[in-house]
Design a protein around this ligand. Structure first.
Ligand code: M6R
Length: 366
């Protein structure tokens, strides 16, 4: 059942090229230059006339929602807010029938997300679900939705569910951007072509496993870690930190890189590993200067960079290269090394990777 892998998590990390291909299937018709999603097409007016889109979720699904915010705003120019389902449901939110709520959940059973959906529906909003488990409570409670075709995710630490959630959100954002003409035909076409390459790029990226393992061996005894990223990769920093906390029990925090100066920089010393996403298009120069600031305080830098990078390579203690793609698509690639890193550290520390203490795969109580 683990398909020859030692743990479900590792199997699920390696399944991502296939999972994303399955999520594309029947939806991304590259030759015809269209994205076919009847759940969006049938409700196109609601999406295009929405005052705003509110994305709700918990944990990793909330992180996918944050990537969604960058995607919808950049590709389709629709305002987005992202909320923890647990906060949204209890703060008497202002919702009208002009709002579209997108609820994201792997299990489709998370209590807070389900309650947020019921609340939004009672206020007249159109609620769209992005779930992995077919026929789950959230899939049934939403007005329409799209499944992530990730297949069963057994490991408590979410991996392929996250990347397929981002895949679905990207497809929706591209479809809306094409429909409201925020995206020119040329840009739309370019995105589709780059999207198609993602599964094979992840496949290739998985070959960095031995390098990530070496890095894991060096930093496995760290007590605290920081993860930094900007723009599309800010949520990836949050997700990287969550992955490390949940399965290795090492304290880790994710931050937007520029926030470092507003507090976390005080923590930096020679014992502090800092994982920085510094891919070439996303505010590269600004991230490079953040890296220099860390270096001058003796922090250890592990940077995720674009293939062929020169500048960061000279300053960082370790670099992990990802293949070139559009900035908006980089989260699908930058996520992978952090999944592998957390996995190897947890294994080296002898932790229960698939069933970490205190955690449940689906949180059906609030
Ligand atoms: O099933 P859901 O996507 O609604 O679950 C939400 C969170 O409980 C979940 O993502 C959790 O944070 C994971 N253990 C993260 O790896």
């Amino acid at each position: 059942e683990k398909g020859g892998y030692d743990h479900f998590m590792l199997k699920e990390i390696h399944e991502q090229p296939k999972a994303i291909t399955d999520t594309f299937r029947g939806r991304m018709l590259a030759d015809e230059n269209i994205i076919k999603m009847s759940s969006v097409q049938d409700n196109l007016d609601k999406f295009l006339n929405a005052n705003r889109i509110i994305i709700v979720g918990c944990g990793t699904s909330w992180h996918a929602g944050l990537v969604g915010e960058y995607l919808f705003e950049d590709l389709a120019r629709i305002p987005v807010e992202v909320e923890y389902a647990s906060e949204f449901r209890y703060r008497n939110p202002i919702i009208t029938d002009k709002d579209v709520v997108i609820a994201i959940s792997q299990s489709g059973e998370t209590a807070d997300t389900l309650a947020a959906i019921k609340l939004a529906k009672s206020k007249g909003a159109f609620v769209y679900g992005v779930c992995n488990v077919v026929g789950s409570s959230i899939a049934r409670e939403t007005h329409a939705g799209a499944y992530t075709h990730a297949g069963p995710e057994i490991g408590v630490a979410s991996t392929k569910a996250f990347t397929t959630q981002i895949t679905v959100l990207t497809l929706i954002a591209l479809k809306l951007g094409q429909a409201n003409k925020s995206l020119s035909d040329e840009r739309f076409k370019n995105y589709i072509q780059k999207m198609q390459l993602i599964p094979s790029q992840i496949q290739k990226l998985l070959n960095i496993d031995s390098k990530v393992k070496e890095i894991a061996a060096i930093y496995k005894d760290a007590k605290n870690c920081l993860y930094l990223g900007r723009g599309f990769n800010f949520p990836v920093a949050l997700e990287g930190a969550l992955k490390l906390k949940e399965i290795s029990y090492i304290h880790a925090e994710g931050y937007p890189a520029a926030e470092m100066k507003h507090g976390p920089i005080a923590l930096i010393d020679e014992n502090m590993p800092i994982f920085v996403i510094a891919t070439n298009k996303g505010h590269y120069d600004k991230v490079v200067s953040n890296i220099q600031e860390i270096k001058s305080r003796a922090g250890k830098i592990i940077a995720v960079v674009t293939e062929g990078d020169v500048t960061v390579k000279e300053i960082a203690d370790h670099v992990i290269e990802i293949p070139e793609t559009e900035e908006a698509l980089t989260p699908l690639l930058t996520t992978i090394p952090f999944q592998l890193l957390s996995y190897h550290i947890a294994v080296m520390l002898g932790k229960n990777v698939d069933q970490p203490r205190n955690l449940a795969k689906s949180v059906t109580v609030e």
